[in-house]
Design a protein around this ligand. Structure first.
Ligand code: COD
Length: 303
């Protein structure tokens, strides 16, 4: 079980280099991460975007553009579609979002003709390395599904469980968090949480252990759970946190990053190939870790 991003990086090196298509590569932090991933032997990237701009930025940074295949697509929508097509045509096995809006890339990924859809729901995971926690913590979904219903939440959990397997976690522990740990029909999130725990017990979600509803305190701390008299098979050892909606997930991750200096890395799951999808404001180091996660996930193959 990989417990830090350094361990993730070292493991991913064993599987590299993988071909990666970078959509809109013309930005310093994107190129910095892509070059670091090349030097670490993780990826061999095809850069898509405004070729002149990519070469200019690369040279300014001391990166030799000759190490990359560059496809000239000055228009951002064209860039997204081209990078997606490279993955669809198996010229690359990982897709990375560079300097473009998330929604634009997602629309290309979801495109019925050229996209990367499977019969699964696409969902996003943010994995965080947090100083005061004993393992990597994955939160889902703070970036793709806006307000998932019960069926979608079950699929989001299933995607995250498969992903956690790629981190060597045999039976990932999932906490479905809510404001309280009791079922209250006035709080539909608690009802969904109880259903998801039962769905896991009955084999409708497989490969992990799901419990909820749990407050975030008694999910993350055994002591807090004991204090409230709650016994949970996941408490204190949570690998995955399912949040109720995109806003809570986004605030959760950004809160940890900005206030607790957590290091984030992000991936989109459920497509034909992993999509490295981090915030434009995330550091080059976060982007490198996300690429490493993409390599591990790509090694698992299409699920
Ligand atoms: N998985 C699989 N298929 C999907 C998914 C999904 N998660 N979401 C939509 N689809 C399919 C639908 O079934 C449909 O066939 C087609 O895609 C279009 O669906 P719409 O009309 O709901 O799609 P859009 O374009 O209105 O919305 C899709 C987005 C991904 C753009 C939308 O959900 C969105 O904006 N999500 C949030 C993205 C964002 O801003 N994130 C912030 C990052 S920090």
């Amino acid at each position: 079980m990989l417990k830090t991003f350094n361990e993730v990086l070292n493991k991913a090196k064993e599987y590299g280099p993988k071909k990666m298509a970078v959509a809109s590569a013309g930005a310093e932090d994107v190129l910095k991460a892509v070059e670091a991933a090349r030097k670490e032997g993780l990826t061999d990237s095809i850069l898509v975007g405004d070729k002149k701009e990519i070469i200019q930025i690369a040279e300014k940074m001391g990166i030799d553009p000759a190490n990359y295949e560059i496809i000239d697509k000055p228009d951002k929508t064209e860039t997204a579609r081209c990078a997606v097509e490279l993955v669809r045509n198996k010229k690359a096995s990982i897709l990375m979002k560079g300097m473009m809006g998330t929604a634009r890339l997602l629309q290309a990924v979801l495109d019925k003709e050229i996209g990367l859809r499977t019969n699964r729901l696409l969902s996003h995971v943010y994995t965080l390395e947090v100083k005061n926690y004993n393992r990597l913590l994955t939160m889902t979904d703070g970036a793709m599904n806006i307000s998932p219903d019960l069926k979608q939440k079950a699929q989001i959990i299933q995607n995250a469980i498969y992903y956690a397997h790629s981190l060597g976690i045999e039976k990932p522990k999932v906490a479905v968090v809510a404001a309280i740990e009791l079922v209250n029909p006035d709080m539909p999130v608690t009802v969904d949480a109880a259903c998801l725990a039962k769905m896991s017990e009955r084999g409708q979600i497989v490969g992990g252990i799901v419990d909820g509803p749990l407050g975030f305190d008694n999910a993350i701390s055994k002591e807090a759970a004991a204090h409230k008299g709650i016994e949970s098979p996941v408490s204190g050892e949570v690998d995955i946190v399912l949040v109720p909606n995109i806003e809570s997930g986004n605030i959760f991750a950004k809160g940890l990053v900005y206030l607790a200096k957590a290091v984030p890395a992000g991936l989109l799951l459920g497509a034909k190939a992993p999509v490295v999808l981090v915030s434009r404001s995330d550091s080059a180091q976060s982007k490198l870790y996300s690429i490493a996660l993409g390599v591990l996930m790509s090694e698992m193959g299409e699920i």
